[in-house]
Design a binder for this molecule. Structure first.
Ligand SMILES: CC(C)(COP(=O)(O)OP(=O)(O)OC[C@H]1O[C@@H](n2cnc3c(N)ncnc32)[C@H](O)[C@@H]1OP(=O)(O)O)[C@@H](O)C(=O)NCCC(=O)NCCS
Length: 190
């Protein structure tokens, strides 16, 4: 199995991050949305200014995931008041997780999640949580298989279209007696 490298993004990565954010989000959701609402959302969520602001936020962190030099995915983690709900000190929000199309279904997402769990626990967090569109059954199945459980719902606006996300949560076992597949992050971090 090829090793994965987890690299915290810096402002120098902004253009690549922006491109990959737009392309993965569009590929996943564009056809299921009204074009005008979708375009408005892309401008707002992935605009340069917006991403620059998020980069500057001390509690929002983006990571690239590389395998043998190829970018295979990215994710965004929020803590503290940067979380979009709950905002508990012991929680960490996985606001985005995307595997690039050619790499999906090959276990990358599961390995990314393992690393994220180890990282969250090292940061003293006791649970991970996320919002997933109610009409994204494959992602919901993925999270359920990884042990997430649904605990609520919150609205998520795509342009003028109000949509709903399921809120899902994964409790992180304490280091003592923790499940082997939720051990400390083992892949490389840069
Ligand atoms: C959801 C996602 C992160 C999972 O990562 P992954 O590397 O594809 O998943 P893994 O290979 O570790 O696990 C495969 C399982 O994930 C689920 N899955 C979700 N989307 C999938 C996809 N596009 N292709 C294959 N499996 C997918 C399935 O349940 C699959 O199980 P199966 O093999 O029994 O069908 C990734 O598929 C992705 O980026 N999807 C598009 C964007 C998205 O929906 N992101 C989540 C937003 S909340």
């Amino acid at each position: 199995m090829e090793p994965l490298e987890f690299i915290r993004c810096t402002p120098a990565d902004l253009d690549v991050l922006r491109d990959v954010s737009i392309s993965t989000f569009s590929r996943a959701f564009e056809t299921q949305n009204n074009p005008e609402d979708f375009a408005a959302y892309l401008r707002k969520a992935f605009g340069r200014n917006q991403l620059e602001t998020e980069f500057r936020h001390p509690d929002m962190h983006f990571y690239f995931v590389r395998s043998e030099g190829d970018l295979v995915g990215y994710f965004k983690l929020n803590t503290g008041n940067a979380q979009t709900e709950l905002r508990e000190p012991k929680g960490m929000e996985l606001e985005r997780i995307y595997v690039l199309a050619g790499f999906q279904g090959r276990g990358m997402g599961a390995r990314m999640l393992d690393w994220i769990c180890g990282h969250a626990r090292s940061a003293g967090k006791t649970y991970l949580w996320l919002g997933v569109w109610e009409h994204n059954p494959r992602a919901i199945a993925f999270y359920e298989r990884q042990g997430f459980v649904t605990f609520g719902k919150h609205p998520y606006d795509i342009g003028n279209d109000r949509q709903w996300d399921w809120l899902m949560r994964l409790d992180l076992p304490a280091s003592k007696g923790m499940a082997p597949d939720r051990g400390p992050a083992s892949d490389n971090t840069t």
